[in-house]
Ligand binder design. Structure first.
Ligand SMILES: Cc1cc2nc3c(=O)[nH]c(=O)nc-3n(C[C@H](O)[C@H](O)[C@H](O)COP(=O)(O)O)c2cc1C
Length: 317
């Protein structure tokens, strides 16, 4: 799965849902990771967790992410995910958000390497679960555990380790330390995938060329720009810069709306759509007025009209 240096949509809670994964895959994302799903939620039959897990036919192989802190519950949840259609399970060992950390999951595991190892061991128990680990470099700058986690993951047959080379304490500010990740990747005995601050095709290509890296993940850089995967591939494979014309942008934005309406229905679909529209409109002529207007519109039909106006011949170059 990681032989061709895949370019991957990162897991984004509240955002990398089925519609967005499908959209990014149509623009050439080689893989996409689901939003994080609670292991406990899956095991105890929580409806919302089961909905988050639902696979999409166009998103194969399907890589589902689980968070939790109890090895047996995580294993059971992984089994449920495999039975539901996932092909690969990612374990979240990097989320710094308080709600997750206070349950002992996500980045809290960076402070509990023994427990992180027990989770990996349990997943590797026969019959082994195909799994990856997504992590950060450590809890804080004084406790960098990246190399330790790489060793543990390799020893327990993880298929890959993904790292956002920041500390948990940094939350979502500061820059990813790609040199630190490259250094750690050189000695790794499993594929290492890098995530963090890849927001344009040039940076993506630079990251892909780093020695020891088996692939890259893009998160925030895809918001309002799902076509970035095609931008990267055109540059990588054909050596040419490509960007979508306003008509392709307009059609993509409308398609995203249709996918959201099909997935969630009119009311909830609109909430998600407005969020994405704020990103889509960034940098366009008339964006500020458009965003202001967005919150006064209460149906997909009205939003579509506003989008068409935004992209009308006279509005965009
Ligand atoms: C809004 C948001 C939600 C995220 N949700 C998850 C998640 O559910 N699981 C996870 O492992 N990482 C999550 N991340 C981290 C991203 O997957 C990624 O590693 C990080 O944002 C760095 O990449 P970027 O600079 O390309 O965004 C999230 C990040 C953001 C900004």
């Amino acid at each position: 799965m990681f032989t061709q240096k895949p370019i991957i949509l990162a897991p984004l809670a509240g955002l990398s849902d089925r519609p967005f994964r499908r959209l990014c895959r149509t623009f050439g994302a080689d893989l996409a990771v689901s939003e994080m799903i609670s292991a406990k939620g899956l095991v105890y039959g929580d409806r919302k967790s089961r909905i988050l897990l639902a696979p999409d036919v166009s998103d194969k192989p399907y890589w589902a992410q689980i968070f939790g802190s109890d090895p047996e519950i995580i294993r059971e949840a992984a089994q449920i995910a495999l039975e539901t259609g996932a092909d690969l399970i990612d374990i979240n060992m990097g989320c710094p958000v308080r709600k997750v950390v206070k349950t002992g999951a996500g980045a809290a595991l960076l402070k509990e390497p023994e427990l992180a190892q027990a989770i990996m061991r349990t997943l590797n128990r026969a019959p082994a679960i195909p799994y990856t680990v997504k992590t950060r470099s450590g809890w804080d700058a004084q406790e960098i555990v990246l190399e330790q986690f790489i060793k543990m993951a390799a020893n327990h047959n993880a298929k890959a380790l993904i790292c956002h080379p920041c500390t948990a304490k940094m939350m979502f500010s500061g820059r990813a330390d790609w040199q630190q990740l490259t250094d750690a990747a050189q000695n790794a005995n499993l594929p290492i995938i890098g995530s963090g601050d890849i927001n344009d095709p040039q940076t993506a290509i630079k990251a892909l060329s780093r020695p020891g890296l088996a692939g890259i993940m893009l998160g925030r850089g895809t918001l309002g720009r799902p076509w970035i995967f095609r931008e990267i591939k055109e540059l990588l494979q054909n050596g040419r810069e490509w960007s979508p014309d306003p008509e392709l942008k307009r059609k993509t934005i409308l398609k995203h709306g249709n996918l959201l309406r099909d997935e969630y229905g009119e009311k909830t679909g609109l909430l998600f759509y407005r969020k994405h529209l704020a990103w889509y409109s960034k940098g366009l002529t008339g964006a500020a007025a458009f965003r202001h207007h967005l919150f006064t519109l209460n149906s997909f039909a009205e939003l579509e009209n506003a989008i068409n106006d935004l992209f009308s011949d006279s509005a965009q170059p």
